[in-house]
Ligand binder design. Structure first.
Ligand code: C2E
Ligand code: MG
Ligand code: MG
Ligand code: MG
Length: 291
């Protein structure tokens, strides 16, 4: 009886595996079709403000892809981003995201001309492997009319392991276009100091996992402190991800972190919600009195 039961369970298990594989295949097919016309297939961008922690002013926004699948409803980025990376579909999807974000950012430049808001876009390692990435990015920026200085590309620390000269050359090529480069999820990879020093980046984004533990775990505090010190030594600035509480904010300010993002300030929101946020905070036309 036990053997029979086990056998049945095995069969059910196999069937579940089959269903999951099939499901993945279907989603992959949907994604493959969707990247041909992302906007027409439910893709759109949300934007999350990045703020100066001392002033509370929005320095820019990060574009984050969303997928409202016509039949499945919302497919979260944790599902479609890894699938897009594995299949290489992140390359056309990422290029669409870049164009879309640049066109939006152009609209927002005029809202605060004295301090033009920045726009950050996530760049996949798969995109960095494209031979003609620099030319492609140049074409997209030019097509949008965005001044390249307001654009930053976020690259996850994972790629640092690779230590490839070709990647370094591409980063330098991007840099030469006039845009900025940031290391995303910093602290989760194992980039060596010597490699970090060679990278043409300006910003380290402190991974959310450290921010989350900041007020309870003294070790997380030490990690954040050393990232901020490291950034200072290399002349880079720091952005903390995932700030959810006042206590986290106060600790980050005390540690000298300059910028931050998180639900405490704003979730990623549709483009229409950004303009009113840009004009909040200290009035850009009246500089703060010197203290
Ligand atoms: P990321 O670039 O590190 O983006 C930050 C993620 O943290 C976003 O998740 C954001 O919604 C979330 N987040 C921000 N503040 C908070 C907070 O206070 N608490 C919590 N719990 N979460 C917060 P999202 O939008 O789900 O994106 C997840 C990841 O997917 C991104 O991580 C990025 O690696 C990737 N991704 C999203 N859009 C794109 C894209 O257009 N291209 C590429 N290559 N990757 C993308
Ligand atoms: Mg990012
Ligand atoms: Mg990040
Ligand atoms: Mg992260």
């Amino acid at each position: 009886y036990a053997a029979k039961k086990g056998g049945t369970r095995h069969a059910v298990y196999k069937e579940e595996m089959g269903t999951r594989a099939l499901e993945r295949l279907r989603l992959e097919n949907d994604l493959r079709r969707a990247v041909e016309d992302p906007a027409g297939s439910g893709f759109r961008l949300h934007y999350q403000p990045k703020l100066g922690l001392a002033t509370g002013e929005i320095s820019g926004v990060e574009a984050l892809a969303r997928w409202d699948h016509p039949e499945r409803g919302n497919v979260p980025p944790e599902v479609f981003v890894p699938l897009a990376e594995e299949t290489g579909l992140i390359v056309p999807l990422g290029e669409w995201v870049l164009g879309e974000a640049c066109r939006r950012a152009v609209e927002w430049q005029g809202l605060r001309p004295s301090r033009p808001p920045g726009i950050s876009v996530n760049l996949s390692v798969r995109q960095l492997r494209q031979e003609d990435l620099v030319e492609r990015v140049a074409r997209v920026i030019e097509g949008s009319g965005l001044p390249p200085e307001v654009l930053s590309l976020e690259i996850t620390e994972g790629l640092m392991l690779e230590n490839e000269e070709s990647i370094l050359a591409k980063l330098q090529g991007l840099k030469a276009l006039g845009l900025g480069l940031e290391i995303d999820d910093f602290g989760t990879g194992y980039s060596s100091l010597s490699y970090l020093k060679r990278l043409p980046v300006e910003v380290l984004k402190i991974d959310r996992s450290f921010v989350e533990d900041l007020t309870e775990n003294p070790e997380a505090r030490k990690v954040v402190r050393s990232i901020v010190d490291l950034a200072r030594a290399l002349n880079l600035s720091t952005v903390a991800e995932g700030i959810e509480t006042r206590a986290q904010l106060e600790t980050l300010k005390a540690l000298g972190c300059e910028l931050g993002q998180g639900y405490l300030f704003s979730r990623p929101v549709p483009a229409e919600e950004i303009p009113p946020l840009l004009t909040l905070g200290p009035d850009p036309s009246t500089p703060e009195p010197a203290s």
